[in-house]
Structure formats: C-alpha cells, structure tokens
Ligand binder design. Structure first.
Ligand code: GLU
Length: 170
C-alpha cells in the first residue's frame, strides 16, 4: 500500500499532486498516475516505473490547467505492475476516476456481477470494481453513490475519487 493525494483549490492541481506524490515516494511504489478534472471531463495519465516517467508523460501532453485532481503511487497486489494496472481507473462512462490503496477481498464476485451487467474491465486489479460500482449506483448524487459502492466492499480501502459532475470535489 502506497500513497494517495487529492487536491481542489486555486493552484495547478497537476503541480500539487506531483509534489505530493514525490513526498510519498519513500514508501516505495511500482507505478504512479493522476486524474485531472479538465474541460468537463477527466484526464487520466499514468505510468509504470518512477515518478519521472509520469512527469515526462504529463510534460509531453501539455494539458490545460486543472484545479482538481487525484494522484496515486501503487504497490501492486492484484495484477502486474504495468501502465494499464496503474491507478487511476476510470468508469466506462468516463464520469469517475478512482485511486485506491489496499485490497478488495471480494473483488472476484463483484467483478463477475459487473461483467454480467455489461461493464467492461481494462485492468487486472481488484480496484477497478470500485469505479464500476460507483457508476452503477450513481443517480446524480456523488456522495451517495460512493457510500453505496463502499458498502459492497470487503477488505481495506483508502480511496480518492473524482466525478465530472462535481469538478470542485474530491
Ligand atoms: N490492490 C490495488 C492494486 O493492486 C492497490 C494497491 C496499492 O495499495 O497500491 O492495484
């Protein structure tokens, strides 16, 4: 279990998140990523390896300034340490992105339920079930959807979540 950073404010979220993740580097990690609220959507940028790899990817993309976002350093427990399994993970509708530290012990049964309901999975992580559960339970109230989704989780979970409908909230 590694690190989570979240930011909402007047400064560049990208800068604050990268600085925060740098402070968490000492805990060890295998990949890192950020999700930034941008232009009514969420932009996810993530990379296997050191934070410098993430910094380089972000620099190459020259994104517009964002004032809200989440960041993560991962220590893989479920799924190889690669770009796809790195956090954040996004919902199928693109409305939510989630970072997670911990382990979802009942992720297999949740994954099967969500697959049956038509949700598509991109990663091998236990984490990804969380973001699809939030999408499934969302009916306009971000907080309620998160509470409902987390009531389905067994295990340990520190979460950071953003939603395009409330781009001033983490
Ligand atoms: N269990 C999650 C994963 O493997 C989170 C690991 C962590 O805490 O960094 O992706």
């Amino acid at each position: 279990m590694c690190g989570i950073v979240g930011y909402v404010g007047k400064r560049s979220a990208q800068d604050v998140l990268l600085d925060g993740l740098e402070k968490l580097e000492y805990r060890g990690y295998d990949s890192a990523g950020v999700a930034l609220a941008l232009d009514g959507g969420i932009r996810v940028v993530k990379s296997k390896g050191r934070l410098t790899a993430l910094r380089e990817k972000l620099a190459a993309q020259q994104l517009a300034q964002s004032f809200c976002g989440i960041g993560h350093t991962r220590w893989a427990t479920h799924g190889a340490p690669n770009d796809i399994n790195a956090h954040p993970h996004a919902s199928n509708d693109g409305k939510f992105a989630v970072v997670h530290n911990g382990i979802i012990e009942n992720y297999m049964e949740l994954r099967e339920e969500l697959l049956r309901k038509g949700y598509r999975f991109e990663s091998e992580t236990d984490t990804e079930v969380i973001v699809h559960l939030i999408e499934m339970y969302y009916a306009g109230d971000f907080r309620k959807a998160v509470m409902k989704a987390s009531s389905r989780l067994v295990g340990s979970y520190a979460l950071g979540i953003v939603c395009t409908d409330t781009p001033d909230t983490v």
